[in-house]
Design a protein around this ligand. Structure first.
Ligand SMILES: NC(=O)c1ccc[n+]([C@@H]2O[C@H](COP(=O)([O-])OP(=O)(O)OC[C@H]3O[C@@H](n4cnc5c(N)ncnc54)[C@H](OP(=O)(O)O)[C@@H]3O)[C@@H](O)[C@H]2O)c1
Length: 238
């Protein structure tokens, strides 16, 4: 039986991924901080075991290594999005929190868990389409995801010799508790179940980059080809 470990599985995209892999008959290790939501998830299937810990706490990330079996798939999905609302009163603590959650915690996971990934296995990083383009108020979130994608691409090169594959997921807007906080239009938003289907399909195809919804990410990629001065002018008007 194949085994997948998913961080951030207590809600949103991670939870939908856990449910999807259960349907496929995989053993699922679902991680998060919220024990109540993790317990509710585990009660839905005997294929799910849960691990509750804070990804930003290196000792906790190390401690759960003892509970890990061999992994066929390791999905770094846990993340947070907080915006820099007042750029002249730059909130360095917020910046640090976002970078810590979305980037540094992944390095902790790599240090302690990567050795559990089987040869022929895959590591997946849930980044964001936000990394394709500089967006307003996204100084922290965008920087964390751009760095995460770079980390994934670099690892993809170094892990090739160890027969471990890497996929980087770059979703557009997905309806989850994370985006429920947003008070701006979110074009082409999809459900977390639709996102999970796209991610699993991309993994099965062995894709390096899993981008969806395709219309949205296509527009982002076209805009990212514009000279920065032109994009900046458009973005300032937005
Ligand atoms: N929704 C979107 O439109 C969208 C678009 C692009 C990329 N993404 C990315 O997709 C990923 C999942 O986001 P989502 O939209 O599904 O958000 P979500 O519903 O808020 O889920 C976030 C998950 O991350 C976990 N998490 C956050 N901080 C953690 C920490 N310090 N330690 C351990 N777990 C932590 C949460 O666990 P607890 O609640 O149990 O702490 C939760 O399970 C994120 O990386 C996000 O950046 C989302």
């Amino acid at each position: 039986m194949s085994t997948v470990m998913i961080t951030g599985a207590s809600s949103g995209i991670g939870k939908a991924l856990a449910e999807h892999y259960v349907q496929l008959g995989w053993q699922v290790i679902a991680c998060g901080r919220d024990k109540v939501r993790l317990t509710a998830l585990a009660s839905s299937s005997s294929l799910i075991t849960t691990l509750a810990f804070d990804m930003t706490d290196k000792q906790q990330v190390q401690a759960i290594e003892l509970a890990l079996p061999a992994l066929d798939l390791l999905i770094f999905n846990a993340g947070d999005c907080q915006y820099i609302d007042d750029v002249l009163d730059f909130n360095a603590e917020r910046f640090e929190r976002v970078i810590q959650t979305n980037l540094i915690s992944v390095a902790y996971g790599l240090q302690y868990w990567l050795k559990h990934v089987n040869q022929g296995g895959r590591v997946v990083f849930v980044s964001s389409s936000a990394e394709l383009l500089a967006l307003p108020r996204a100084e922290a979130y965008g920087a964390s995801k751009a760095a995460l994608s770079y980390l994934g691409e670099s690892l993809s090169i170094d892990l090739a010799q160890h027969n471990i594959h890497v996929s980087i997921v770059r979703p557009g807007f997905v309806a989850t508790p994370l985006t429920a906080k947003n008070n701006f239009p979110m074009p082409m938003k999809i459900t977390s179940e639709q996102a999970a289907v796209k991610i699993v399909q991309g993994i099965n195809k062995g894709k390096h980059h899993i981008d969806f919804p395709s219309h949205f990410t296509c527009i982002m990629k076209i805009l990212s080809c514009l000279p920065f001065t032109l994009w900046r002018r458009l973005a300032v008007r937005m």
